[in-house]
Design a protein around this ligand. Structure first.
Ligand SMILES: NC(=O)c1ccc[n+]([C@@H]2O[C@H](COP(=O)([O-])OP(=O)(O)OC[C@H]3O[C@@H](n4cnc5c(N)ncnc54)[C@H](OP(=O)(O)O)[C@@H]3O)[C@@H](O)[C@H]2O)c1
Length: 351
């Protein structure tokens, strides 16, 4: 199906979020008309940064109230759009019927528009790598688009923490199937890694979770994460560039998925140490992570770290489809820290 035309109209769900806000900004920078979908257009703390964008003053950026939980509320917004970036989170990934319903709401509005030709569905690397059993990572350590978590593992349930990964896969498939049936539009999935980079609005410091972890490092309390999984990162601005690149790409087809990450991987405690290395002016006091894992997990720390260190992260496909060049993680950490201080007034802890 057709990519979005130069200077076309694109709707962005989750526009007040960390990633959505950068997708909006980049689309405006590239000349598009943008319909930013937020739940409450009057929530100044969440949307004033969008209203401050120059495109809003001219009318090229408009804000629209829409809640994924409400059927039909995207009908008017999508009418006349060429593309949709469906970036928003949903309220509950553990309720699979609800997950499917939110997809149906977006799909129905896309179908009703008769103008949208491409939808970018924001999934996650959780839909690529989130395993109940880390031996599955040992068996299949290459992380690329055709890799899926072991969906046959009987322990893979929302109750055991797999709701997010499962919900993202439900959405990926729901959109691809609906697009296939429609014959008018295609659905391309973007699976971002761990987003690091600058926030644009103070409320975004509490989201993420990666920028929130960095806020914790700055103030002196943060947690060990994901059974000693290293951060596998993408700069939030590069992630936005991947979304826009997929909207524009001539090389993509309905149902394809693209992983957006730089292939950098770093341990959480090293990221905390990086703050002082990258910004010595801060005189930041390094703090070790709080390790809240139960003792039986802690006893296997070396084993888990060894498993993750053997993983091979790939990003050839998204680079080929979009031409995006990924920033080094150092730049993302530096800009994240500076934005937390400048935008959200976070006070760095000193010795
Ligand atoms: N951050 C990461 O590292 C990461 C990694 C992989 C994948 N992702 C995916 O990227 C997307 C964006 O993540 P993010 O970090 O930017 O999240 P975020 O900052 O928490 O923003 C998510 C946005 O989703 C919106 N939202 C939540 N429930 C909604 C609903 N029922 N209806 C309409 N909007 C709703 C919120 O809108 P309002 O502000 O208007 O309430 C919020 O601004 C998500 O799909 C996430 O799964 C993120």
């Amino acid at each position: 199906m057709a990519p979005v035309p130069h200077r076309g109209v694109v709707a962005v769900t989750g526009a007040a979020g960390f990633l959505g806000g950068w997708v909006v900004r980049l689309l405006l920078d590239k000349g598009y008309r943008v319909r930013a979908c937020v739940r409450n257009v009057d929530d100044a703390a969440r949307v004033d940064f969008l209203k401050a964008m120059p495109g809003h003053a001219s009318g090229r950026l408009t804000l629209h109230a829409a809640d994924l939980d409400r059927e039909g509320c995207f009908d008017e917004i999508f009418a006349g759009c060429h593309g949709v970036c469906h970036v928003a989170h949903i309220s509950d990934y553990n309720d699979q019927a609800y997950v499917k319903r939110t997809c149906d709401h977006i799909v129905a509005s896309v179908n009703a528009s008769r103008s949208v030709t491409r939808v970018i569905v924001t999934s996650s690397v959780a839909a690529v790598i989130s395993e109940m059993d880390l031996q599955e990572v040992v068996r299949r350590p290459v992380f690329y688009e055709d890799r899926y978590p072991d969906e046959m593992n009987p322990k893979r349930t929302p109750e055991r923490g797999q709701g997010y990964s499962m919900g993202k896969l439900i959405a990926e498939r729901a959109f691809a199937e609906a697009a296939e049936i429609s014959g008018f539009w295609d659905a391309i999935t973007c699976c971002p890694g761990d987003n690091v980079g600058p926030i644009q609005s103070a409320h975004q410091k509490n989201m993420g979770p990666w920028q929130h972890h960095i806020e914790g490092m700055l103030v002196g309390r943060y947690d060990q994460n994901g059974v000693y999984r290293p951060w596998m990162t993408v700069d939030v601005r590069d992630d936005a560039a991947c979304h826009v690149g997929l909207l524009e790409s001539l090389a993509v087809k309905n149902g394809e998925r693209y992983i957006a990450w730089s292939t950098d991987a770093r341990r959480v405690e090293d990221i905390c140490a990086d703050i002082g290395r990258l910004l010595p002016e801060l005189n930041h006091a390094y703090t070790a992570p709080v390790d809240a894992f139960p003792d039986r997990i802690k006893a296997r720390e070396a084993e888990f770290r060894a498993i993750w260190s053997l993983c091979d992260l790939k990003n050839e496909r998204i680079r080929a489809a979009t031409g995006v060049i990924f920033r080094p993680l150092d730049e993302s950490i530096r800009d994240c820290v500076e934005s937390l201080i400048a935008v959200a007034r976070v006070q760095a802890k000193t010795p």
